[in-house]
Design a protein around this ligand. Structure first.
Ligand SMILES: Cc1ncc(COP(=O)(O)O)c(C=O)c1O
Length: 287
């Protein structure tokens, strides 16, 4: 099956999809994106993704390329044309193409690109075995809350994790606290059973999966607190987890060289993973 991409108003074969060499995304990383999980053919928490997308666009002063209903139509159509029942839609907007100049060119039209890909979101092996993370310094700018396409520190961190045989790199701020993964949010479960994740301030991306899991935790009546945690606290935690749209909820069983508890996925990771899967299967907060 040949893949289809959406590029500025047209559905084109993926291999022929192009934007201009002076697109500001290419030259300045001047744009933002969303990755929306597709489960049972349905976009999970599309409303939360669109809200975050608008927040990013506003922060970057980029005009929305089209209204939300049209964006939803294209998202569904890209998923449909690529036969994606389980996987994700990637949606990217840049300020557009214009002669290279740091300041925003007048009258520029945003570029919109969407692709879709099949992916197993709930991988039985990763769920059974859990995953390993390494820790790296957080090298990013001061606004990781904007889902910008400027992802070089994230790519460097992920490559370092890969070289170390790990699944993810947890980025660490100057105070020794974990901010988040390179493409996921970070969580721990304390010895008293409290589920902890960092507050969604400017230092992290407010993950849509993070927001969904907070809802799931509240519905399950579990203890939950938003606060920073250090690498040392994470290594000594009862359990550790990560969340993202492309992997939902995974147990972290090793941080650097420290096994978490007995080095196996803990009961809360499994329970939250199952509860989040059920939540996602019903469409998330749009249910
Ligand atoms: C830096 C970062 N943090 C967190 C996340 C998780 O966000 P979401 O749950 O919306 O996928 C991502 C997703 O790509 C990310 O890039």
């Amino acid at each position: 099956m040949s893949r289809i991409a959406y590029v500025n108003g047209r559905y084109v074969p993926h291999r022929a999809a192009r934007v201009h060499i002076e697109d500001r995304g290419y030259q300045f990383a001047d744009g933002c994106y969303e990755v929306v999980a597709i489960r049972n053919g349905v976009c999970v928490d599309a409303g939360l993704h669109l809200a975050r997308f608008h927040r990013s666009l506003e922060a970057l002063k980029i005009k929305p390329p089209m209204g939300d209903a049209a964006l939803m139509t294209v998202m569904r159509e890209v998923a449909r044309r690529n036969l994606v029942r389980e996987g994700y839609v990637y949606m990217q907007v840049t300020r557009g193409a214009a002669p290279r100049d740091f300041a925003f060119p007048a009258g520029i039209k945003p570029s919109l690109v969407m692709t879709a890909r099949r992916k197993t979101l709930i991988d039985p092996r990763l769920i059974a075995e859990g995953i390993k993370v390494i820790t790296v310094p957080d090298l990013r700018w001061n606004r990781p809350d904007i889902k910008s396409i400027a992802l070089l520190p994230n790519a460097l961190g992920k490559e370092q994790a890969k070289q170390a045989g790990a699944f993810e790199a947890w980025q660490v701020d100057r105070d020794g606290n974990v901010t988040e993964g390179t493409s996921s949010n970070a969580w721990i479960v304390t010895s008293t059973g409290e589920v902890v994740t960092r507050r969604a301030d400017n230092a992290i991306l407010n993950g849509v999966t993070r927001q969904g899991l907070i809802r799931v935790i509240a519905e399950a009546g579990l203890k939950f607190v938003e606060r920073p945690f250090s690498v040392a606290e994470a290594k000594a935690a009862r359990e550790a987890l990560l969340t993202s749209s492309t992997n939902f909820v995974l147990a972290v069983v090793r941080i650097d060289d420290a096994p978490i508890a007995d080095g196996k996925p803990g009961p809360l990771a499994r329970r939250l993973g199952d509860a989040y899967s059920a939540y996602a299967a019903s469409g998330g907060q749009d249910r």
